[in-house]
Design a protein around this ligand. Structure first.
Ligand SMILES: [Zn+2]
Length: 173
């Protein structure tokens, strides 16, 4: 993913592998996400709850450094991703994105999306013009990875802000 607005560059490396499960699985050695272990109905809403909690922090509007998004910016991106996943799964294309007005709305819409996906073939192929077809299961995995990865990004950002101008000692082992 690449995003360039407000002179900000954010990169996340996404990787999909064929582990012999019959479809590509998404695994990230930075945040530990592994789509083979995902329980979408629980994990997606847990990730949204974590974002909700983090978004309530008084530092949510602060960037930890000029080139790193604030929590508010990460949350806006996550809402965008929820909208895109809904559009791809429901309409077979990423645009126009479903409108998601906030994290509470994201939770409602994801809950409803999960029930719609449960009633269909979650591995049906959707051609979104990428290097390989998507599927509802693939979209949910990718969305979950995005949300969980950015929960970690926000936590890192807060830690960085918390360490600013505070004296301390570090050791290396
Ligand atoms: Zn990750």
């Amino acid at each position: 993913m690449e995003r360039t607005d407000a002179a900000t560059l954010v990169y996340v490396s996404y990787g999909w592998r064929d582990f012999g499960t019959g479809h590509l699985d998404e695994v990230c050695d930075e945040c530990g996400f592994d789509s083979r272990c995902a329980e979408f109905d629980v994990d997606l809403r847990t990730a949204i709850a974590a974002l909700c909690h983090l978004a309530g922090d008084s530092r949510a509007g602060s960037r930890p450094e000029p080139g790193t998004w604030s929590a508010d910016e990460y949350v806006a991106h996550c809402l965008d991703q929820v909208g895109e996943a809904i559009s791809v799964i429901d309409n077979g294309r990423p645009e126009p994105k479903a409108v998601v007005s906030g994290l509470e709305d994201a939770d409602h819409q994801v809950k409803s999306l999960l029930s719609r996906v449960a009633g269909t073939d979650s591995h049906r192929q959707i051609d979104v013009g990428g290097p390989f077809p998507a599927s509802p299961a693939w979209m949910l995995a990718h969305l979950l990875h995005d949300l969980e990865h950015h929960v970690l990004d926000i936590r890192r950002g807060y830690a960085k802000l918390g360490l600013e101008r505070v004296a301390g000692r570090t050791i290396e082992r």
